[in-house]
Every structure is written in structure tokens, then in C-alpha cells.
Write a protein that binds this ligand. Sequence first.
Ligand SMILES: Nc1ncnc2c1ncn2[C@@H]1O[C@H](COP(=O)(O)OP(=O)(O)OP(=O)(O)O)[C@@H](O)[C@H]1O
Ligand SMILES: [Mg+2]
Length: 339
Amino acid sequence: MIKEEMVNRVALAVSDTVLNVANLTGGYSIIINSNFAYVDAVNDVNFYAKNDEVLGIAGESGCGKSTLLKILYGYTKPPLIVKKGNVILKINEQTIDILTLKDRTSIWWRYISYIPQNSMNVLNPIQRIREHFIETIRTHIDVDIDEAYKMAREYVESVGLSKEILNAYPHQLSGGMRQRVVITLALMLKPRVVLADEPTTAVDVVVQRGVLQMLLDKQRELRNTLILVTHDMGVQAMVTNRILIMYAGKGVELGATNDIFEDPLHPYTKALIESLPRIGDKTLRRGLAGQPPDLINPPPGCRFHPRCSYAMDICRREEPPIIKIGKERFVSCWLYVKR
Ligand SMILES: Nc1ncnc2c1ncn2[C@@H]1O[C@H](COP(=O)(O)OP(=O)(O)OP(=O)(O)O)[C@@H](O)[C@H]1O
Ligand SMILES: [Mg+2]
């Protein structure tokens, strides 16, 4: 029975996908007290992203969201290593495995772009903003500096920013404006997939709204795919079409946002939603007790079992399979395995 219910992980994808991620496993090879250790940050993660959607990735701090995004982008340099898996990007009838691609810079910006966590600090402090734009344009489009500068001016104005910012150095702009510049750069070449890692966390609430709106407006205009990492379940509820919930390096639930909020399946997803404040409800929200595990030495079986009030014997011993529950709904939990 278990076998029938288990999903063939490589074939998890549905049609109309732009990104298929299968068995993805990677982490950090580090040295602690002169001994080698491995941080098992992303372990056998499977999901897909469709054309023209906003896919959210949620989970507590340290559960591997940023590591996953770095691997998806192919931004893997030591100590980050990929152990196995595929990240298949489908562009113009072509399929590209990002992890085996020799020259990843050929797809960066143009087909897939990445807005890193704390990205307001990624701009080169000794380069004016215009040089960032000119360099990005000229890496992918065969134009001279004057033409690239003209394109940058037109583009910056088209997204509602003043072209004066092109003459500024990063430190002369506010954090929110630097964040907008990074996002504008990432979207300039109309990539099919945009990976945004906590794009609103480091800015104040008013700026957050503008930054998020800018990302969403562009997604609607380009009809591309925005993969939005945020631990903020309120933002997830408002802007995403589907959500991947991560816990301790594992993908534990995947489904349509409405389904996930109306009927969360995984006990961890239930806890995340339970901790959200609700208008008019004055009772203290129940938080989730305990801490996520140390990923150098994660617990055996289901990684959530030490914090799970439904934990059974098997949860302590064996990893749960991925179970398909209805159309496009997946959960990795022994509670849903018929035995
Ligand atoms: N450069 C690094 N070297 C070693 N371990 C790392 C490194 N970066 C992250 N880690 C570890 O990898 C695990 C996953 O971290 P990651 O940053 O991917 O989590 P996250 O979900 O993005 O967290 P947050 O919400 O705080 O941004 C954590 O245990 C973290 O300590
Ligand atoms: Mg992170």
C-alpha cells in the first residue's frame, strides 16, 4: 500500500512547468575544531515551479531556504556543495540542467535571476549604479557603452525610478532604494524565473509594500515565475499561488496557497499557520515549542518528530515518503500513509 501511495520523486512534476527540482541534496562542508563536518541544509527536496505563477517558500530560520535558492541558481561555491539531484530549467523548448551546465553565467540574468538575502548590500560600493547596469546589459547584449547607458536610463524610468540614481554610488542611496535597484537589475533582461530571497525583510514596513508591489507588477507584466522566499506567512497568504513548506532542509508540504491555509496537512504547516495573528482574535497565538534541529546532526526518521505532537514510533525511525493528496498537493508525513 505504501508503495502505491508514494510518489516517484523524479516524476513529481506536472505539465507547464518551467523549473523541475528532483532529489536535490546539498549543504556546507565545514571544519569545526579541526574536524570536518557537513551541514545537511537541503536534503532530497522535490518540487516544480510553473509558468506565470508566484511560488512561495516558507519555513523557520535555518531551515535551508537560502541554501536551496543558491543551489537553484547554480551559485555553488565552497563551502556549499551539491551532493545529488537535478534542477531542470525549461526555456524555449530547451531543457537545461543548471547543475551540470558549464557556463552558468550564460543563463543568469537572462533566463534566471537571483535577488539574494540582504541584497541591498551586494552592490559594489566603488561602482556607480550606472556601471552595474551597463555591465549587466553588455554581458548579454552586444551594444556599446553609450547604447547600454541609454537603455539603462530608459529602463530605470520605465519602472518608476529617477534616472538620477544611475549617477549615485550605492552608499548615497537609502536601503530601500538600493533594494529597488537590485530588483530592477535582476528583472531588466526579462528572466523567465526570478528567485527572490526575503526581499522585504531588511526594509521598513512602508518600503516593504513598495518593493513587494514592484516584484509582483513585473511578474504580472512578464508572466514569468517568481519564487519568493519569506518566513512571513502573512505575505505568503497574500501574494503566492502555491507554497513549498520547508523544515530542517526537507520539503514537507507543497500545494496551492488556498488549500494550504484552509487545510494544512503537515503538523509543521499547521503550527506555522496557527502562529499567525488574526484580526479580532485577542487570544495569544500558540507558537511552536522547541527549536529546529542542528543540521550537522539532524534527528533520524522524520526531522520534525521531536517537536511533533502527533509523532508515532515510525516517525522516529524512518523518513516519511512524499504522498500525493489530490491534484498538485503533496505532503511528507507518516500520518497520511495508509498502513
Ligand atoms: N556559509 C555557511 N557555512 C556553513 N553553514 C551554513 C552557511 N550558510 C548557512 N549555513 C547553515 O545552513 C543551514 C541552512 O541555512 P539557510 O541560510 O539556508 O537557512 P534559511 O532558511 O535561509 O534561514 P533564514 O530564514 O535565517 O534566512 C543552517 O544550519 C545554517 O547555519
Ligand atoms: Mg535565508
